[in-house]
Design a protein around this ligand. Structure first.
Ligand SMILES: [Zn+2]
Length: 261
């Protein structure tokens, strides 16, 4: 059975990732800016987007879910999985009096759950204290995938990434660019050197290195793909650890290549 991944977009302007096997289709977040763009993104990926099995939400910041993409998820009658602590916030922030009769909200409470072929373990990450935020460890047969963006402290969560085959992790900003273009919200995100240090630690703790790592959720103004890649490579060099995996950056606004995992 095959497994595929595509980042549809990954930045503070919008986040949406897709992971699918021959029989199960998952989205992680759906923070596209309009109904038109959401429909276009989902129909370009899947012939029939109503077949998407679940949309996993990480948290309710509007670059991850918002009213317009919710309208499309409602149109398709999709199931949304989100932590119990995010349910009221989703409605308060994004429903705007619209009934959302077709979308199915199915909250989870930290325990692992299954969607088709995927066994999913959510884990809480430290982000903005007013927004409970979750990463996902996803198992498909013998393959372990870990996806987490929007966090500022990796020490409490890196263990979820140990022995992963595929990692999608935030590398949000370069510290020098942050000094130039200060944004107080950047403190809720992982700077490049921390992402690098986290990946070094994951590799040191793992029996085998991941096959593929993608750096995501890069800041538009405070980062660049080449800088993020360089700072991760630098972290491995500084630690004297070999980087035995493919490293890539998710495009900020465009879909990535489809990756066969
Ligand atoms: Zn956020």
């Amino acid at each position: 059975m095959s497994l595929y991944f595509r980042s549809i977009c990954s930045s503070s302007a919008g986040n949406c990732l897709a992971l699918w096997s021959d029989s199960t289709k998952l989205l992680i977040d759906c923070g596209l800016s309009s109904m038109k763009r959401t429909r276009a993104a989902l129909t370009s990926l899947f012939d029939d987007p109503t077949q998407i099995d679940s949309v996993l939400l990480t948290h309710t910041h509007s670059d991850h879910i918002a009213y317009y993409p919710l309208r499309v998820l409602d149109e398709y009658g999709l199931m949304i999985r989100l932590h119990d602590d995010c349910v009221n916030q989703l409605a308060d922030k994004h429903f705007r009096e619209y009934a959302f009769k077709n979308v199915q909200l199915k909250p989870y409470k930290s325990k692992a759950f299954t969607v088709g072929d995927f066994h999913i373990q959510p884990f809480e990450v430290a982000h903005n204290p007013y927004y409970p935020t979750y990463g996902y460890q996803i198992r498909f047969q013998d393959t372990k995938i870990v996806i987490a963006t929007d966090f500022c402290d990796w020490g409490s969560v890196f263990e979820y990434f140990v022995d992963a085959d595929f990692i999608f992790v935030e590398s949000n900003h370069n510290l020098e660019l942050l000094r130039q273009y200060y944004n107080p919200n950047s403190r809720f995100h992982l700077p490049n050197p921390d992402a690098g240090e986290m990946l070094v630690t994951i590799c040191q703790e793992s029996q085998k290195p991941p096959q593929q790592v993608i750096l995501g959720h890069l800041s538009d103004q405070r980062n660049e793909p080449a800088i993020a890649l360089q700072e991760t490579r630098q972290a491995f060099q500084d630690a004297g650890v070999e980087m035995n995996f493919n490293l890539d950056v998710a495009p900020l606004r465009q879909p990535s290549e489809i990756l066969k995992l």
